[in-house]
Design a protein around this ligand. Structure first.
Ligand SMILES: Cc1cc2nc3c(=O)[nH]c(=O)nc-3n(C[C@H](O)[C@H](O)[C@H](O)COP(=O)(O)OP(=O)(O)OC[C@H]3O[C@@H](n4cnc5c(N)ncnc54)[C@H](O)[C@@H]3O)c2cc1C
Length: 565
């Protein structure tokens, strides 16, 4: 059973302390109950109860303090961080968000050389503090080159900060807000910390209508000293991108948690609803919708878990995580939207009801592809990896399941964010050739045509400048890397062949869909169009496989989880 069921999950894969954190968190939410959870969502209640629980159990202190700064069992361990992410997504995105933006805020601190701030941060974590990441501004969106927040040097190590930030989670209460700014004299980038409760910190408004506080704030001549500065120049720039590198990974996990809870609610509802003398789950299209939702969700989780292995084993010589992490951010989260779409088509009106978790899921799932860089920005990033991925593989030792309890040191020492085009990958054929399943074999043929496309009729000069064309090509590339890690992890997690092949049933269909989109682009050439048509394939039909997956794994989820009232 790869999907989380909070009522049966024992977290035996974790050490005692981590296990207690996960189980206690589940207990917190189950005690709170769905009625109160939904009430707080509707009334936009600040989650003081959750933060009190986090403080009491020292959860952020344990999970978000790297080794050496906190208590003995405090470490930054992505393996257990995945579990915590999933639980919070499962119960409500707002709880996940306060944790997520704390992580983001902590990133530039732990990356920096400022020992004084690091020691202070460790103390604040012990006291149950939350943190914030002040990068975005109202006018600039993804364009952080245009940052207008200014730090003005006053001499003798004194500075004054002025400017506004927008969309900054936790900034109403954060003990420290990491602020990205420019030096007003040199225009160099700089990261420094401020206290959200300082009198020169003006919290203007919550720009969102939610339980979260997503602040607009201003620093009005806020006094800063050298001791508050985390990094300057290139280091500050790298700290912002390197923080996002490992934090955007969490977005996929929030999607996985949301979809898992929504799946339990939906299958239980569908299986008990009787229409026209049939249960809804007897209709063939409903079986298809549920089976697609389930296999997409299993694929999301297999991929995200495997991406964690590559992130945990990364080093200056192995930066493959820089492809897989943006994919957890944009592919897993958009697949999450797809899962909710499929489930909503089944449960229809029920998905609007105020007492359903689903009503929250349907809204919240939309956020994840859009935060920490949009899908486009992440796709534009990974397209840089395509030539080396397909045509210039390198040798790497096999990466096992990275479930050890070490601190993920490298995340805070990722180094310069340059040179993405030079990053090499292991040969994707190793994974694809390691299995002989009907739909994987069809998928391999589709990949071969894509390779021909890239070799024989690659994007011309005009198409290379056209992000619209490249985004669709990027979707095809993404599918290849997505499938690769799914196959690698299906082995590690002993996923039965029927499920893996059913996953590649939708993968073949998705490949065909994007091939048709590429075919239809205004600038596609006759040669490109011909190759696109060759990429369009039908999955191998196997009724027995489908029925096995449906009965034994999907329908079998009915009545297996319901949140306490
Ligand atoms: C609820 C919420 C919470 C948030 N929390 C925080 C926070 O705590 N801290 C923080 O700093 N920020 C936060 N943000 C900001 C968030 O990270 C940005 O909203 C997000 O990165 C997208 O930026 P944007 O919405 O301004 O889009 P824009 O940057 O305005 O983009 C507009 C369009 O242009 C496209 N585009 C832009 N640049 C490119 C490019 N280079 N290549 C291809 N396409 C491009 C985008 O995909 C999009 O379609 C939050 C936002 C929200 C809504």
């Amino acid at each position: 059973m790869i999907l989380l069921n909070p009522k049966t999950q024992k977290y035996e894969h974790l050490d005692e302390k981590s296990r207690r954190i996960m189980l206690n968190t589940i207990e917190f939410f189950e005690k709170k109950g769905k009625d109160k959870l939904k009430h707080d969502d509707h009334e936009r209640v600040w989650y003081a109860d959750f933060l009190e629980f986090v403080k009491k159990e020292k959860i952020f202190a344990t999970l978000l303090t790297p080794s050496g700064y906190g208590e003995e069992d405090s470490r930054w361990d992505t393996f257990r961080i995945c579990d915590f992410n999933e639980i919070l997504g499962f119960y409500g995105l707002c709880y996940w968000y306060t944790w997520q933006v704390s992580m983001l805020g902590l990133g530039p601190i732990w990356i920096s050389d400022n020992e004084e701030v690091k020691q202070k941060t460790a103390q604040l974590l012990k006291q149950g503090a939350i943190f914030a990441f002040g990068l975005s501004e109202k006018q600039h969106g993804a364009d952080i080159y245009s940052t207008e927040m200014m730090l003005t040097p006053l001499g003798d190590g004194a500075y004054m900060a002025d400017g506004g930030k927008y969309y900054i989670g936790n900034a109403n209460k954060a003990a420290l807000v990491s602020i990205f700014a420019k030096d007003s004299d040199t225009e160099d980038y700089v990261f420094f910390v401020v206290d959200s409760q300082h009198e020169n910190f003006e919290c203007i408004q919550n720009v969102c209508n939610s339980q979260n506080y997503v602040a607009e704030f201003a620093l009005n001549s806020y006094p800063i000293t050298e001791n508050d500065i985390l990094s300057k120049g290139r280091d500050a720039w790298d700290a912002s991108l390197n923080t996002i590198n490992f934090c955007k990974f969490n977005l996929g996990w929030a999607s996985i948690g949301i979809c898992t809870h929504a799946l339990y609610e939906s299958i239980t509802h569908g299986a008990h609803r009787r229409l026209f003398k049939h249960y809804v789950t007897d209709f063939p299209h409903i079986k298809q919708l549920f089976t697609d939702a389930y296999t997409r969700l299993v694929a999301m989780k297999l991929f995200a878990l495997r991406a964690a292995d590559y992130m945990r084993s990364a080093s200056p010589n192995d930066r493959r995580y820089l492809l897989y992490n943006p994919m957890v951010k944009m592919k897993v989260t958009t697949q999450g939207e797809e899962v909710i779409n499929l489930l909503w088509d089944v449960i229809a009106a029920k998905g609007f009801e105020k007492d359903m978790y689903f009503e929250m899921a349907a809204k919240d799932i939309r956020a994840l592809p859009k935060l920490e860089g949009t899908v486009h920005v992440n796709m534009a990033l990974i397209i840089k990896f395509m030539p080396n991925y397909f045509f210039n593989p390198d040798q790497f030792p096999d990466i096992p399941k990275m479930n050890g309890s070490q601190n993920d040191d490298f995340l805070f020492n990722q180094g310069p964010t340059k040179g993405l085009g030079g990053i090499r990958f292991h040969d994707y054929n190793i994974a694809y050739n390691s299995v002989d399943l009907p739909n994987i074999n069809v998928f391999k043929e589709q990949i071969e045509v894509l390779k021909q496309f890239l070799l024989n009729s690659p994007p011309n000069e005009e198409q290379q400048k056209n992000i619209d064309f490249l985004l669709t090509l990027g979707e095809l590339f993404t599918l290849v890397a997505y499938g690769q890690l799914i196959i690698e992890n299906a082995k590690i997690y002993n996923i039965v062949n029927d499920i893996t092949d059913q996953i590649f049933d939708f993968m073949v269909r998705d490949f065909s869909k994007y091939a048709l989109q590429l075919y239809s682009k205004t600038s596609s050439t006759a040669e490109q169009m011909e190759l696109c048509m060759k990429m369009i394939r039908k999955p191998i039909v196997d009724d027995e496989r489908f029925e096995t997956v449906w009965k034994n794994y999907v329908y079998a989820l009915k009545d297996t989880y319901e949140m306490n009232e």
